[in-house]
Write a new protein. Structure first.
Length: 271
C-alpha cells in the first residue's frame, strides 16, 4: 500500500521564482505501509475435541476446549478484518467461507460449516479436512462473524514453502488473524498412536516454549524429518504462522500444554 503525501520542502520559507527559470517539480515522498498479522491462536485439532465424537471420554478434554475458547476470544478482541484458518491435511487446498465438513467418518452424524454463509454441499475443493472441520466447530461455538476462509497445508510441505505461504496470507488483507490448528507429537506414552519415543517430550517442550515466547526463528527451524517421525501434525501450520508473523510485534501466552492419550496438545495466543 503506497501513500503519496508531503512534498519535499513543505513548510520552508517561500523563495521568489525567477521569471527566466521554470519551477522544479516537487519531489514526492513515498511511504510504504506494512500490513501485519494482528493476532493468532494455536489450537490442537483432534476430532475428540468435539464432545459428540469423544462420547464418554469428552470430560477428559474439557480444559483443552476451554483454552481453545479463550484463545478465540483473544482473536476476537484484536478485531481482525479477516480470519484465516490453517490446518494440516493430506494435500494442500483452500476453502471459502461456508465450506462444509462432517464428522461422519468418526461415527457421528454431525455437519459443520466454516464461518457464516450458505456453503455448497459439493464445493469444488471438496469437504473440509478433519483439522479444518474441528476449527469450524470451535468457531461455531464462539459465534464470531468475521469473514473467514481456510487453508489446508500438506504435512510434508517444506519449511520455506510454509514460511512463504504465511507471508502471503499476512499480506492478503489489512488486518489478518490466524487460527492455526495442529497437534504436537503422538509418541508421548506407550499407548500413544506412535508408541513411546524418548525424543517426543523434548520436541514438544521446545514448541511450547517457542509459542509462549513468540520465537519465530525457533518455529522456522523445526526439524521436518523429526516431526514426521514423531507424528507431529502441527509442524507445517506452525511454520506458516512463523512466516505470517515476521513483520508483527506480538506477545505470546501458552494457555494449555498436556498430552492426553499420549498426544501433545498445545493452545497458545499471539496478540
Amino acid at each position: 500500500m503506497v501513500v503519496r503525501g508531503l512534498t519535499a520542502g513543505e513548510g520552508a520559507r517561500a523563495v521568489p521564482r525567477s521569471p527566466l527559470r521554470r519551477p522544479a517539480h516537487p519531489a514526492v515522498v513515498t511511504v510504504t505501509l506494512r500490513i501485519m498479522l494482528v493476532a493468532a491462536a494455536v489450537c490442537p485439532c483432534p476430532p475428540l475435541l468435539v464432545p459428540e465424537v469423544a462420547a464418554g471420554a469428552a470430560p477428559e478434554l474439557d480444559r483443552a476446549r476451554e483454552a481453545c475458547a479463550d484463545a478465540l476470544g483473544v482473536l476476537a478482541a484484536a478485531r481482525p478484518g479477516r480470519l484465516v484458518v490453517v490446518g494440516p491435511a493430506e494435500r494442500d487446498g483452500r476453502y471459502a467461507q461456508g465450506a462444509r465438513g462432517s464428522f461422519r467418518g468418526f461415527g457421528v452424524d454431525l455437519d459443520v460449516r466454516l464461518g457464516p454463509g450458505e456453503g455448497r454441499a459439493e464445493a469444488p475443493e471438496g469437504a473440509l479436512p478433519a483439522s479444518l472441520a474441528v476449527a469450524a466447530w470451535l468457531l461455531d461455538r464462539a459465534e464470531r462473524s468475521v469473514p473467514v476462509d481456510g487453508v489446508a497445508v500438506a504435512e510434508p510441505l517444506d519449511a520455506e514453502r510454509c514460511i512463504s505461504l504465511g507471508r502471503d496470507i499476512a499480506g492478503a488483507a489489512e488486518r489478518v488473524a490466524l487460527l492455526v490448528m495442529g497437534d504436537a507429537s503422538a509418541c508421548r506414552t506407550l499407548k500413544a498412536p506412535g508408541y513411546l519415543d524418548d525424543r517426543a517430550a523434548g520436541f514438544d517442550a521446545e514448541v511450547a516454549r517457542a509459542l509462549a515466547a513468540v520465537d519465530i526463528a525457533a518455529l522456522k527451524a523445526l526439524d521436518a524429518g523429526l516431526a514426521g517421525e514423531l507424528l507431529v501434525s502441527g509442524r507445517a501450520p506452525w511454520q506458516v504462522l512463523a512466516g505470517a508473523a515476521e513483520e508483527a510485534d506480538l506477545s505470546g501466552s501458552l494457555l494449555y500444554d498436556d498430552a492426553p492419550y499420549g498426544v501433545g496438545y498445545l493452545v497458545a495466543t499471539w496478540s
